[in-house]
Design a binder for this molecule. Structure first.
Ligand code: SF4
Length: 248
């Protein structure tokens, strides 16, 4: 097994190749079909075409994202596994706080992300030993310290594009004719759930369209970082504790 320090020296393709050879079916790629995720899938189709691919279907995705699942199946042959939230947790959430609770406060927005994104993903990841994501350091200041490989409680989290720039991603997509999410053509630069994402204006930061009504948040959903920008200390947070935090 490589040391994490050694893995951080590998380029994206070699890192994916190593991960596939080392973990086999215990390797999973999660994607929301943004540009970075599509570059990862394109690279993976070359070095690990049998990789498991998952995506979070929060129940609030734009229709264009579902279209991307079809495109990925046809272009690369990946049978994308959709990961759904627990229906009872969603029902409790909506009955107690309403369907659009995310507009009311940051704790309620984080609660929605916790129920629809973080908890379903963590349940799914429990069956894997290595997890590939499409994060980049230059996406946002809160991701500036991102490394390519980190051990998260026994799960190896890999960010093969950590040192890529947005320009390099765009160039790769152009050269390799990688399919793009349709919403980029409508002015979006980062794409998540429909009610929480808008197009950006010239000069705005890449993730400015995510939760655009929040002034001081880190624009993170809680999967990778907490709202104050620190690394999530543990994924095993009881929902009761989360709910109490949201009610505070
Ligand atoms: Fe809920 Fe918005 Fe987070 Fe999606 S992005 S899970 S709708 S708060």
């Amino acid at each position: 097994m490589y040391l994490v320090d050694q893995l951080n020296q590998l380029n994206a393709q070699d890192l994916l190749r190593w991960a596939s050879g080392t973990f086999g079916e215990s390797l999973v790629i999660s994607t929301s079909f943004q540009r970075e995720g599509m570059v990862i899938l394109d690279l993976a189709s070359q070095v690990c075409p049998d990789a498991r691919v998952i995506t979070l279907d929060t129940g609030r995705l734009p229709e264009e994202t579902h279209r991307m699942i079809e495109i990925v199946r046809e272009r690369y042959g990946f049978r994308v596994e959709t990961v759904l939230p627990d229906p009872k947790e969603v029902e409790d959430l909506v009955v107690k706080h309403g369907p659009n609770l995310f507009y009311h406060s940051l704790p309620l927005r984080m609660l929605c992300c916790e129920v629809r994104k973080v908890r379903p993903l963590m349940r799914k990841l429990a069956g894997f030993r290595a997890w590939v994501v499409g994060l980049r350091r230059s996406q946002t200041p809160s991701r500036a310290a991102l490394v390519k490989a980190e051990d998260k409680d026994g799960l190896l989290k890999l960010s093969p594009l950590a040192d890529w720039t947005g320009e390099r991603v765009a160039e790769y997509i152009r050269l390799h004719h990688v399919p793009e999410h349709p919403l980029y053509a409508s002015g979006y630069t980062s794409i998540g759930c429909a009610p929480c994402t808008r197009p950006v204006s010239d000069g705005e930061e890449e993730r400015a369209g995510r939760w655009w009504w929040e002034q001081d948040s880190t624009k993170e959903c809680g999967i990778h970082l907490t709202p104050d920008g620190t690394v999530r200390p543990t994924w095993d947070v009881p929902l009761g504790a989360v709910l109490r935090g949201a009610n505070a």
